[in-house]
Write a protein that binds this ligand. Structure first.
Ligand code: SF4
Length: 245
């Protein structure tokens, strides 16, 4: 029997190392980023394929923008992405060392006929003579409020369903954040989110842009406002209805 060693990120990854690696990644990203005005950069091109990572966004229009135009963000967003990447690398490195008898794959590509994505950590361990496959999703958040946690759980459900299609049955799954390790009850998760892959496909086939932001309050602090068609449509409809009175 091989036990799993799994801990919250902040317990095993040092903040100084995160900051040093983050600066390296930030310079690398800035070298490749393309400025498009309004303090925004395109940092990767669109693939046109919906991946489970799109489920982690707080606004579906952000997912559509990423799907159709690529990853676009401002300097703060770049710093967050660089920090997230540094945290992923350092935790994955620690996890391999802490679990020497477990088969570990990091950033493992999962391809199915309809969808593709990358699981943060996929592992296989022996338990009572059986091979147990597990999945770990890493998030660089300190606090998980309920709505954010639901988004991350949908993302995990999508990976589990994709892996099942690829012939791997995930028996244990964890959501690991800066200060928490949450074990996910897989049967309940899949019962709740069994249509999540269809939702991803419908994102791909969605035509045009929603005419109203799902949550206009989010737009107030959203860096994508200058290029967001939904926000532009919403503003002009609002101005029109205000002028009509
Ligand atoms: S501006 Fe509003 S609708 Fe557009 S991506 Fe941002 S939060 Fe979503």
């Amino acid at each position: 029997m091989v036990n799993l060693v799994i801990k919250p990120i902040a317990e095993v990854v040092d903040e100084d190392r995160i900051n040093r690696k983050m600066e390296e990644y930030l310079s690398e990203m800035l070298r490749r980023a393309r400025p498009i005005g309004d303090g925004l950069f395109i940092i990767d091109e669109p693939t046109g394929r919906a991946t489970p990572s799109l489920l982690s966004y707080d606004c579906i229009v952000k997912s559509l923008i990423r799907l159709r135009l690529g990853t676009i963000t401002n300097m703060d967003g770049l710093r967050n992405l660089a920090r997230g990447r540094a945290i992923h690398d350092l935790y994955q490195e620690w996890f391999k060392v802490a679990n020497p008898r477990i088969h570990v794959e990091v950033e493992s590509g999962v391809e199915t006929a309809d969808t593709s994505g990358r699981a943060d950590i996929l592992y296989m361990r022996e338990f009572d003579g059986e091979e147990i496959w597990g999945l770990i999703e890493l998030k660089s958040s300190w606090n998980l409020h309920e709505e954010r946690e639901q988004r991350y759980l949908r993302q995990i459900a999508a990976y589990i369903l994709m892996l099942r299609d690829a012939g791997i049955t995930i028996r244990e799954a964890y959501l690991v954040t800066m200060r928490d390790v949450k074990s996910i009850p897989i049967t309940t998760l899949l019962r709740r989110y069994n249509s999540v892959l269809n939702e991803l496909k419908s994102l791909e086939s969605f035509q045009g842009w929603p005419v109203k932001p799902p949550n206009p309050l989010l737009c107030v602090r959203c860096e994508l406002r200058p290029i967001c068609n939904t926000y532009a449509i919403y503003r002009s409809n609002k101005a029109f209805s205000e002028n009509a009175y």
